[in-house]
Design a protein around this ligand. Structure first.
Ligand code: GUN
Length: 292
């Protein structure tokens, strides 16, 4: 069994981006700038946004964080997004999810200018992705593709089973792994809460991508010998032995599953850092006007 080291790979990507920013700077070009909108004070969301800002600093990007109380009206939030759309200094914008119940995530997503939608959530970017046109890819699937590409893991002709059909991970992941591209060219099965005999499906997987958000759901008897296992889960569980008071748990029961795998991502240090690196790659493409 070998580890797919997302932390190391993400650090390499950050170094590559930093070198490109330095070159842009000396050529007098536009320094990439990412803006994040955070509504309320969900601790996980605060941590994600803090890390995104920190990552920008590390590679030399500019960044802006706009914070709002959870009582902000939907219209006021949409106005802020329209303002950022018009701000030529800002190349990419993310609105951290989840949002309070009185705000429609769909309206928020569709108000973002597609050319600044570095999360890849706008229907225009989702459609472009599905057609294999140049587009921002959602950060977690994009990060997983980069990880597979850089090791490299052969995906062509393999059976990829994706667990979870979220719009952020499972659904786009299933589309991307089936595309005629590298990584890609998989036969894909997308499983979800209504799937019957899940184990019969997961045992077929050469590549198993777990993105359901249920800690340690994938057990050893669900995994084929020699499979590549990608664990997207990062559920916070209380852990008094940790200084922070919590630990992160993946969707895979790592200790029992790892010995069966050819490759596996750890939690933490697997998919999480790759998601962060992918957002930086998208922001760089936004500044370079790569797709629009
Ligand atoms: N919440 C969980 N994942 C994401 C993500 O990739 N982007 C945003 N904006 N919010 C999230």
């Amino acid at each position: 069994m070998q580890i797919l080291d997302g932390k190391q790979t993400s650090s390499t990507i950050q170094d590559e981006i930093a070198a490109e920013v330095a070159a842009i700077r000396s050529a007098g070009g536009k320094i990439p700038h990412l803006a994040a909108i955070l509504v309320g004070n969900n601790p996980a969301s605060e941590a994600y946004v803090r890390n995104k800002v920190k990552d920008c600093e590390r590679v030399g990007f500019g960044s802006s964080l706009f914070r709002f109380d959870e009582t902000i009206s939907e219209e006021a939030l949409l106005d802020k997004i329209r303002e950022v759309n018009e701000n030529a200094e800002i190349d990419g914008l993310i609105v951290q999810l989840p949002l309070p119940a009185h705000i429609s995530a769909e309206k928020v997503t569709e108000t973002l200018a597609p050319e600044k939608d570095v999360d890849g959530f706008h229907p225009v970017n989702v459609g472009r992705m599905a057609k294999n046109l140049p587009a921002y890819l959602p950060a977690t699937p994009y990060g997983i593709l980069e990880l597979l590409k850089r090791y490299p893991i052969e995906t062509s002709g393999k059976h990829c089973v994706v667990l979870g059909r979220s719009h952020i991970v499972g659904s786009p992941m299933s589309i991307l792994m089936a595309r005629n591209d590298n990584p890609g060219n998989c036969t894909v099965t997308l499983c979800h809460s209504r799937t019957k005999d899940l184990k019969a499906q997961t045992l077929q997987a050469d590549i198993l991508i777990a993105a359901l958000g249920i800690p340690e759901f994938v057990k050893a008897d669900m995994v084929k010998e020699g499979a590549v296992v990608i664990d997207v889960g990062i559920t916070r569980v209380e852990d008094a032995s940790k200084k922070s008071g919590f630990a992160l748990r993946g969707d895979v029961a790592y200790d029992e599953v790892a010995p069966r795998c050819s490759w596996i991502t750890p939690v933490p240090g697997g998919v999480g850092p790759m998601t962060r690196a992918a957002l930086l790659l998208n922001t760089l493409d936004a500044a370079k006007r790569s797709f629009y």
